[in-house]
Design a binder for this molecule. Structure first.
Ligand code: NAP
Length: 331
């Protein structure tokens, strides 16, 4: 069936400015790390992307290695673009990344100019795009001079392959250094993509301050701790089809500990008293920082995307609610 976007797609979504840039991102963005690869069902992947766009999610996040197999999520997204979203290209912020292993030999990972430019050319081909809106260096490279990696990002923008650049998984000090180089080159860093959730709070120790100082936006990945911060695992078993049940899933059954489940149970009760799902409360909690531009969720079903967008109905916390959450997390 031919896809026509929902006329009401911009009615409920909110958009936050990324740092001091001209770009606004939806408060909820969709990532294609899991459930959009060659091993997944295309009709479900397509339904999720189109539902997201109908709900005002204008930002889709990819990387060279998403799949499995690596590269296949970009191929899936390319098919959806060609079939459905082509007329809406100018309404979309599409990102990709390079940094992790992608091909054999010395030029298939990390942060050299050779790797970043070749990898992005491959990503563009897989997605059938002339340019991506945002291109990230996926992780810091301890062995390549930061200048080379940042010059490569600057070149990528100047050569028309990307409109903006970002950093992912960079610690605070390296982010400040990289931001300075990028500013000098004339290609400012648009956004940083770190992991952040109730169970993973490293960004609170310096990174968020660095981003505020530098005028860089922040988009938090795995805000639901890959599904742990939902009611999914509360029954004490690992449901069939869940991420923890899949051999290629990055959430391992060993990560679902008694201690975590005890906290999730208490948080779930708190969410109920706020008339939210636990997923919604966990997303609102990430968004409570003024520097947080967007939460980057993953999904395996259309309903999970609806649930995430429902977060917008209650983004506020009282100080007593925040204290209670701290108590649970520190218990
Ligand atoms: N830059 C990086 O290094 C990096 C690393 C990781 C991820 N990312 C980006 O961040 C994106 C999101 O990461 P993530 O998938 O780990 O995020 P997440 O939102 O923490 O986890 C998504 C998973 O949570 C479960 N879920 C979501 N909504 C739910 C709901 N309402 N009720 C119950 N379960 C729900 C689903 O698991 P089931 O599949 O079990 O249903 C879903 O696949 C990725 O797609 C990628 O774009 C970036």
């Amino acid at each position: 069936m031919n896809y026509v976007a929902d006329d009401s797609r911009y009615k409920t979504m909110q958009y936050n400015r990324s740092g001091r840039s001209g770009i606004k991102l939806p408060v909820v963005s969709l990532g294609l790390w899991h459930n959009f690869g060659g091993v997944d069902t295309f009709t479900n992947s397509r339904a999720m992307v189109l539902r997201a766009f109908d709900l005002g999610i204008t930002h889709f996040d990819l990387a060279n290695n998403y799949g499995p197999p690596p590269g296949s999520a970009e191929e899936t997204f390319g098919q959806i673009l060609a079939k459905d979203l082509k007329p809406y290209r100018d309404e979309l912020i599409i990102s990709s990344k390079a940094g992790y292993w992608m091909w054999d030999g010395p030029y298939g990972e990390w942060g050299s100019r050779k790797y970043l430019v070749s990898s992005l050319d491959q990503s563009l081909k897989r997605m059938g795009l002339e340019y991506v809106d945002l291109f990230y260096h996926h992780r810091p490279d301890p062995d390549t001079a930061l200048e080379e990696t940042m010059q490569a990002l600057d070149f990528i923008v100047r050569s028309g392959r990307a409109l903006y650049v970002g950093l992912s998984n960079y610690p605070a000090d390296k982010t400040r250094e990289a931001a300075k180089i990028l500013k000098q080159l004339g290609t400012p860093c648009l956004i940083h993509q770190p992991s952040y959730s109730m169970f993973n709070r490293w960004v609170e120790d310096g990174l968020l301050t660095a981003l505020k100082d530098e005028g860089i936006g922040c988009i938090a990945f795995s805000p639901l701790a890959q599904g742990l911060l939902t009611d999914k695992y509360l029954g004490g078993n690992i449901p069939e089809g869940s991420r923890a049940s899949k051999a290629h899933g990055f959430l391992k059954p060993a990560n679902i500990t008694e201690d975590k489940l005890a906290k999730v149970k208490k948080l779930n009760e708190m969410a109920k008293s706020r008339k939210q799902t636990l997923a919604q409360m966990a997303l609102a909690w990430v968004l409570r920082h003024e520097t947080m531009t967007s939460v980057l969720i993953g999904a395996s079903k259309v309903e999970q995307i609806d649930d995430a967008v429902g977060t917008l109905k209650n983004l506020d916390f009282t100080s007593s609610e925040l204290q209670q959450i701290e108590m649970v997390l520190n218990s």
